[in-house]
Design a protein around this ligand. Structure first.
Ligand SMILES: [Zn+2]
Length: 248
């Protein structure tokens, strides 16, 4: 009888959110894995009282920027993954830019893995980058295990993670389709944002509001439409990140 077993840890009396549904009950855990889910009490060496608590599966955060190696002072794997764990996130997927080098080659991917190993409190996976001059690295990055690729259609705010114009974007989408991969894009028109920025700078604007004025809604909508069109033509799956407009 399963209920006569004793588990290493029992999470007792919580509202358990499971795939099939929600129930009030008990989790039996052995070797760090859920071994039993029961509405009847379970016995355990270590019992966690979860009455008045909701017990959720670990969340997966597909979009984190820990910026290590290279810009660890912005956050880093240690503090970033601890914050994730504190918030119930058990897997993070870390973005390919802001770190140095950016994850645009397998060598850079290995550097990132070395930085994460031993520091990350949670499971992790990594994004690869599509930039101006790394298309020949997409296949090896995919083979090395990145879960998807990220590109910027406008200046990324870091010099090394170059944004892609339509030629590279379309060719990248075709290559990623052939690799059964998908592309996440930061969709803003570089032409519109750069033109606005130049004019604001010429007017001597350095204030925070100028940042927003350089990025009118049309810049985002135009880029989203263009990315969707190119992805459809290429037959590649697309994900749009950092969206800020309901119309998007
Ligand atoms: Zn981001």
């Amino acid at each position: 009888m399963r209920h006569e077993l004793r588990y290493e840890t029992v999470v007792a009396g919580g509202l358990l959110v499971t795939g099939p549904g929600v129930l009030r009950g008990y989790l039996g855990i052995n070797d760090g894995r859920i071994a039993a889910i029961s509405e009847d009490p379970l016995k355990g060496d270590d019992v966690v009282d979860a009455r008045d608590r909701t017990v959720l599966p670990g969340a997966v955060d597909l979009h984190v920027h820990f910026n290590e190696p290279g810009r660890t002072d912005w956050e880093g794997w240690g503090p970033g993954s601890r914050a994730a764990a504190a918030g119930g996130v058990t897997t993070v997927v870390e973005m390919p830019l802001n770190c140095l080098p950016p994850v645009t080659t397998v060598e850079a991917l290995q550097t990132k893995v070395a930085a994460a190993e031993g520091q990350s409190m949670v499971d992790y996976a990594l994004w690869g980058g599509l930039i101006t001059d790394n298309r020949e690295h997409l296949a090896s990055l995919a083979a090395a295990g990145v879960i998807g690729f990220k590109a910027f259609m406008s200046h990324s705010s870091t010099e090394e993670f170059t944004h892609v114009e339509d030629g590279v974007l379309f060719d990248g989408l075709q290559r990623l389709r052939d690799l059964d991969q998908f592309l996440a894009v930061h969709a803003e028109s570089n032409a519109i944002t750069q033109d606005r920025m130049r004019r604001l700078q010429a007017d001597g604007r350095r204030d925070r509001m100028a940042w927003g004025e350089a990025r009118p809604p049309v810049a985002e909508l135009e880029a989203i439409h263009r990315a969707l069109f190119l992805a459809q033509q290429a037959g590649c799956r697309l994900h749009i990140v950092h969206m800020s407009l309901p119309e998007g």
